[in-house]
Write a protein that binds this ligand. Structure first.
Ligand code: FES
Length: 608
């Protein structure tokens, strides 16, 4: 009996130690060996410390809010940038999570201040949340610059919130840690597992084909998004949170924790504690975002089979950090990285399965020979240390290197006379026979035209046609919306056609799939060759050789260009005008020109 008790005790003790090891990254604040600044060297001290008129005002107003001087002066002030609002349901748990972050900040001796910033709802914002990515980036940058903040917790998850927060933090270069929202929980409908986003497209096609009733469609609404958290496929949200973890911007192992898992709340408080450490040690984004860490992010993007949207975001992120990233780098890395994340839409599983299988650390550990392991992270270790010993618990979710989902080529960059500056396709999400295809173009001049005519049987489209959408790019739409998974005509759906080559200057949702050629650059609105395509022109797609060609002579294209006129811009004032005047093309990241870094740093605000 005594022996049994001892065995039980030591088994239990070992288990506790294992759990502590798993959670060790969540309480890693003490791990950093960087020197800490003195209290009077904190950035916030300039506002709160001196014996002068302005500081009197600052201190007296914090007292107005109910705090004593010793609670907020001489200790790191942590700005928690919260992208919650009532229309961003992916962040519905952020009201509680911000309290969890604050708990961690208090525990570590910091002073938390919650600052609401623009919550960009992927589903509700029109014309597209991408149109506002740069606005949130600008708001983030200026919020961090104008307030007495020593370090920040960036709370994001729903698609564009993540790149926007990071772009702003890079430009402000204030010590930052990212809190990933975490994916939604698993859901199922009539016994079948569901994937948010991807299954919406799938069942909409079934409905278009007349195989799904209106009642079933409505019933699906109850199940497709069954908990707080971002989309649970490897769509744009999961891709960007995985990239943040790879870049070292969040706690190792945090990006795949499901939003409603208790571990997510524990991670949030640990993030708050780590933010205080960042306030003391002044580890800035410029030390984390480097050419080597960007290569790591691209490598992870390819290995997880991530979203095409990440290409645009990573170019914008890199350029904020003065790293000259081009589309060619994505193709180079794609050619040597196997897809080992078997995750929808390219694969089979959802993010909760990924988490259970070992999550991003498990996946990265399997490709560690392809990574720059010496890149630092927010907890003061390196990527190599963060994934050291990480295991995979399900070889079908995270495939071994000798059994990848595909050998390489998760994303491919194509060029040719139709896209001189490049365009992209996600080959694993397309029907393989369409990756080398030639067919006649069926051209739609904008999205309303597409919507009005796509199902018109008199067009007599076949499965060999190539659907072309013009004026859906950064300036033309505007905002380069996720229209790129162009609809297949109903009469073809009824014939059982489920994929067809589609070409546009739009993006597509990371949860979408199909032989969709995206981000054609330069876009048609500025007179790119896509604007010159006419019905019946032959187009040739050859993904293996990275080619996309419009089979029309140069002379004929020059003649068409002479007769081409630019459509009127959609907006003539306000943000629309700013966007129109300043956005760059897809291959340049769609950032605003005036937000690019010219190598200089904006000065700290004067306090008079
Ligand atoms: Fe928020 Fe998909 S709608 S991540």
């Amino acid at each position: 009996m005594h022996l049994l008790w001892l065995l039980f005790y030591f088994g239990f003790a070992e288990r506790v130690l294992q759990e502590q090891a798993v959670d060790s990254n969540m309480s890693a604040a003490a791990n950093t060996s960087r020197p800490r600044c003195k209290p009077e060297e904190l950035r916030s001290y300039r506002w709160l410390g001196p014996d002068d008129l302005r500081s009197f005002g600052h201190r007296s107003r914090q007292k107005q809010a109910g705090y004593n001087t010793e609670e907020f002066t001489g200790k790191p002030v942590i700005g928690i940038l919260n992208t919650w609002n009532d229309l961003i349901s992916c962040h519905a748990h952020f009201k509680q999570r911000v309290e969890d972050v604050k708990r961690g900040v208090w525990q570590a001796g910091g002073f938390p201040v919650e600052i609401p910033v623009m919550g960009m709802s992927e589903t509700f914002m029109k014309p597209t949340s991408m149109y506002y990515r740069n606005l949130l980036a600008l708001e983030t940058e200026e919020t961090l610059r104008t307030y007495p903040i020593d370090a920040t917790v960036l709370m994001g998850g729903c698609d564009k919130t993540t790149p926007a927060l990071l772009m702003g933090a890079i430009s402000a270069n204030v010590p930052s840690i990212y809190l990933p929202a975490g994916p939604m929980s698993r859901s199922s409908w009539r016994g079948e597992p569901l994937a948010s986003g991807s299954d919406v497209w799938k069942f909409w096609a079934e409905r278009g084909a007349g195989r799904m009733s209106c009642d079933s469609w409505c019933e699906l609404e109850d199940h497709i998004a069954a908990s707080p958290g971002h989309c649970m496929t490897m769509g744009t949200a999961s891709t960007m949170t995985s990239i943040m973890e790879t870049l070292g911007l969040c706690l190792p192992g945090s990006s795949a924790i499901p939003a409603v898992h208790s571990g997510h709340a524990r991670m949030a408080s640990a993030t708050g504690r780590q933010a205080v450490e960042l306030g003391w040690n002044n580890l800035r984004p410029s030390e984390l975002i480097t050419a080597k860490s960007i290569d790591n992010a691209i490598t992870a993007l390819m290995a997880i089979g991530g979203s095409t949207n990440a290409i645009i975001h990573l170019i914008a992120i890199a350029r904020r950090a003065e790293i000259p990233l081009t589309l060619d780098r994505f193709d180079e890395i794609s050619s040597r990285v196997p897809v080992i994340g078997n995750l929808r839409p390219a694969g089979k599983y959802v993010m909760a399965d990924f988490y259970d299988a070992g999550g991003l650390p498990g996946l990265l550990a399997r490709i560690k020979d392809l990574l720059n392991l010496d890149c630092p992270n927010v907890v003061g270790t390196t990527l190599g240390e963060a994934i050291d010993g990480a295991e995979v618990y399900d070889d079908d979710v995270i495939r071994p290197r000798n059994k990848p989902l595909c050998e390489n080529g998760s994303l491919a960059v194509l060029r040719g006379n139709l896209a001189p500056e490049g365009c992209v396709i996600k080959p694993p999400a397309a029907e393989p026979h369409l990756l080398k295809h030639q067919g006649p173009a069926a051209v739609f001049k904008n999205y309303p035209d597409l919507k009005a005519r796509i199902d018109d049987p008199s067009l007599q489209l076949t499965k060999d046609h190539i659907i072309v959408l013009q004026n859906a790019g950064p300036m033309g739409a505007p905002g380069i919306p996720e229209w790129g998974m162009l609809p297949i005509p109903k009469y073809l759906l009824e014939q059982g056609v489920r994929d067809i080559v589609r070409i546009s200057d739009a993006r597509m949702s990371g949860t979408s799939y199909g032989a969709c050629v995206l981000h054609v650059s330069p876009e048609s609105f500025v007179g790119g060759p896509l604007a010159l395509v006419r019905d019946g022109d032959m187009i040739s797609l050859d993904v293996e050789n990275r080619k996309i060609e419009l089979k029309v002579s140069d002379e004929e294209l020059a003649e068409r260009k002479k007769n081409w006129t630019q459509p009127e811009p959609r907006f003539s004032r306000g943000y629309g005008k700013l966007y129109f005047d300043e956005t760059t093309q897809a291959h340049e990241g769609c950032d605003f020109r005036f937000l690019h870094s010219d190598g200089s740093r904006d000065p700290e605000p004067d306090i008079y």
